[in-house]
Design a protein around this ligand. Structure first.
Ligand code: FES
Ligand SMILES: [Fe+2]
Length: 406
């Protein structure tokens, strides 16, 4: 029998023979000498909160480089290449003194700018020590964090200021922190995936409705269950979205979030408190396959960022079973699920991803500009341009009758 009904039905779209997929190499590689790595190095990078630079030296990895963070006995933060220039042991076992850090092995001592201050095993403490220099990076402190410039010395820009961070209002202080999975402090400081995952997330207003509200239960507030109407716009140094919602009580709110080059995020209050955003986040590349999410904000002492959110009622992440995490995934699960580096060639960006497409276009344009010897947008050398405008906030519209002329 060979009538049509017995012929095998054609099947389509199976996984068989699918093409090899790959990340966007231009954006994903951040080590020294890579196009994006050189682009990133043109910006001051937030390294760690100031309170983690102490007299106890610690390792810190950033942009694919292993470095040593410490604070000398006079309070100056330092960021050095960790392998002692003498014979290469790590300065992690060094002891901090008022003017620098002394290597454990033969006692060479280095200031925060790498200057060699002592070589105790050498005649007269090192007749040639002035010629020795431990590789170092310049750092500055602002908004409760230590920032480093890891780029070409002749291209060092000014450290920008952000208008959402200033001035401190009555009773506020800068609170900087490394974000952990679901805010669980027992978990590692580093996320096991590319900086691009969280960088994409900030221009993705739609996952707030799905992942954070209707899929996993209310992780922030129930109002986010309303699907927003969204506009994306380019602004100086970045992209913003305006997510409009009409709430059940009749109020109307525009939730404006900002992404600024190279990986800066400003998200307004997640409990929909009215007003401008008072904080910044950073998706800092640790290397190609891991990232550190840093936050800093103006806050009152003891204020709890998660107060009033659904997250505050959840179990700490480390106490959840895998099944519980499957039932109520958050950003971490969604992003770890994308793999160490997403396979960008197999993505299907849709209309809801316009903001992400805009970010990537801007990054790719400026990475190429740096490759050709130019300066990227957002890097400034003129102190008159140091203040950056951050448009984020929850802006409630006036009721229509209040707008009508008297
Ligand atoms: S290895 Fe550091 S002083 Fe010798
Ligand atoms: Fe999210």
């Amino acid at each position: 029998m060979d009538d049509a009904s017995s012929a095998p039905r054609p099947i389509e779209g199976t996984a068989y023979g699918r093409p090899q997929q790959h990340p966007n190499e231009l954006l994903a590689r951040v080590g020294p000498g890579t196009p994006c790595g050189e682009y990133m190095r043109r910006f001051w990078q937030p390294v760690l909160p100031s309170n983690l630079f102490t007299s106890r030296p610690r390792d810190v990895r950033i942009l694919g480089e292993d470095l040593l963070a410490f604070r000398d006995g006079s309070g100056r933060p330092g960021l050095l290449y960790p392998r002692c220039m003498h014979r290469g042991t790590t300065l992690l076992y060094g002891h901090v003194e008022p003017d620098g850090i002394r290597c454990c092995y033969h006692g060479w001592k280095f200031a925060v700018d790498g200057t060699c201050l002592d070589q105790p095993c050498e005649p007269e403490g090192g007749l040639n020590k002035a010629a020795a220099r431990q590789p170092w990076y310049p750092v500055q402190e602002r908004y409760g964090m230590v920032w480093a410039y890891m780029g070409p010395p002749d291209k060092m820009p000014i450290l920008p200021r952000y208008d959402c961070m200033e001035p401190l209002e009555e009773g506020e202080e800068y609170r900087a922190a490394v974000a952990r999975i679901h805010g669980d402090p027992s978990l590692p400081e580093e996320m096991p995936y590319s900086w691009l995952h969280m960088n994409d997330n900030v221009m993705d207003p739609f996952h707030v409705q799905v992942l954070h509200t209707t899929f996993s239960g209310v992780q922030f507030v129930r109002e986010f269950g309303i699907m927003p109407t969204v506009d994306f716009e380019y602004v100086p140094n970045g992209v913003i979205y305006k997510a409009y919602r009409k709430l059940d009580d009749g109020r109307e709110v525009d939730r404006v979030s900002t992404w600024l080059v190279p990986h800066i995020m400003s998200v307004p209050s997640v409990v929909l408190a009215p007003g401008r955003s008072s904080g910044l986040g950073f998706s800092v590349p640790v290397d190609d396959t891991s990232s550190r999410i840093l936050f800093t904000g103006r806050m009152k002492p003891n204020a709890d960022r998660r107060a009033g959110t659904g997250l505050a009622k959840m179990k700490p992440w480390s106490e959840m079973t895998f099944e519980e995490r499957q039932d109520t995934p958050g950003d971490y699960e969604a992003q770890v699920g994308q793999g160490p580096i997403s396979l960008h060639s197999e993505e299907h960006l849709a209309t809801s991803d316009r903001g992400i497409a805009m970010q990537r276009r801007m990054l790719e344009r400026d990475i190429r500009k740096v490759m050709e010897g130019g300066d990227p947008e957002g890097v400034v050398f003129d102190p008159a341009q140091e203040m950056v405008h951050v448009p984020s906030g929850n802006f409630f519209r006036e009721p229509a009758h209040a707008r009508e002329p008297a």
